[in-house]
Design a protein around this ligand. Sequence first.
Ligand code: ASP
Ligand code: MG
Length: 421
Amino acid sequence: MAIVVQKFGGSSVGTTDRIMAVARRLIAAKERGNRIVAVVSAMGDVTDELLAKALAISEEPPEREMDMLLATGEQVTIALLAMAIHAQGHEAISFTGAQAGIVSDGSHTKARIQEVRADRVMEALDRGFIAIVAGFQALTPEGDITTLGRGGSDTTAVAVAAGLGAEVCEIYTDVDGVFTADPRIEPKARKIDTISYEEMLEMAATGARVLQLRSVEFARNHGVVIHVRSSFSDMPGTIVKEADDSMEQAIISGVTHDTSEAKVTVRDVPDKPGVAAEVFGRLATDNVNVDMIIQNVSEDGTTDISFTTPKEDLVRARRAVAEVTEVLGARSFSVDESIAKVSLVGAGMKTHPGVAALMFRTLADADVNLDMISTSSIRISCVIDAAQVQTAVSALHEAFGLAEGLVMVETSPSATEGGAL
Ligand code: ASP
Ligand code: MG
């Protein structure tokens, strides 16, 4: 019998009625002849509420205690879901992350899974139970509770699927799958049927919130097939797997946006060796994540350095940059919180030149100014004014024919030379 892991996010288990509905879905899947493991998030906005309580007490609560607090959210859901399955006449058993053998490193609030010792879950399946595992939480080898970062239940689900050798990891959510753009800001966005790990990684890294980035990394590293689908319908969603010839060959898979970052600029730093090392070394020591970086052309022996960072790291970033400004004798620093990053993702751009040119032309025609630009081999990202996100996303969605699912058009022979953006 195939093992199927089904993960349900916060909105899918947001009320007791919805928990009863999830129980029915799990029972039905079991009755179709599968061995079922459920991985669940905290109900509704519980994690946000717990966070708000902690922040009402302290601006920077100890991270170990934060994990102790946040892990309670998922524990409520696993118990209620097990009860819901019992109430419908079937057998289920709930496990915390620790009980399910999910071992992580000790980096509290963003721990990494090191190992899944799935024996206890496997034994429950052998006995015919539906096994229910708390998402988002793990245990260090020293016995401390950790959490895996926001959205971490996705990673729990994929890790459990890998540990059990499951046939598929189904991620149930409140949307129908992965879309060519966020349907809330682009009504013409289209559901993608299949997407490669590579593209999904870039989409998740640039703002497609449907899957936690680490879950996609974990799935790619362990070959776990993910099926993202709606918990409110039986429609097939989006399959995330290794690229193969059967996939649609769109040049661009999607356009993503992200308003969760801020831009920090340090002005008039001396233009000499070691300056960038000093700035970013200090930020790394203080655990500040940095995304895009640009350094201006030097004038009069000084230059400006700008970078983007998640707003949630801003308290630490400001402190670190204030110190570095002092140490380097830079003129000043500033923080801009009203920026957005808009990205185009598609494996086809490796072999199709002109994508960057069309992207910049489209944004120019829409009167969108580009503040920063960065690229990977299958992604181009631009930082723009947050107020123009919707305009930018719609214009790009249109220009690249994403609503129609335009497939790759072979152009000139130079199109296969590769590398060109
Ligand atoms: N409850 C956690 C969060 O809200 C983990 C998850 O839902 O995946 O981020
Ligand atoms: Mg989620």
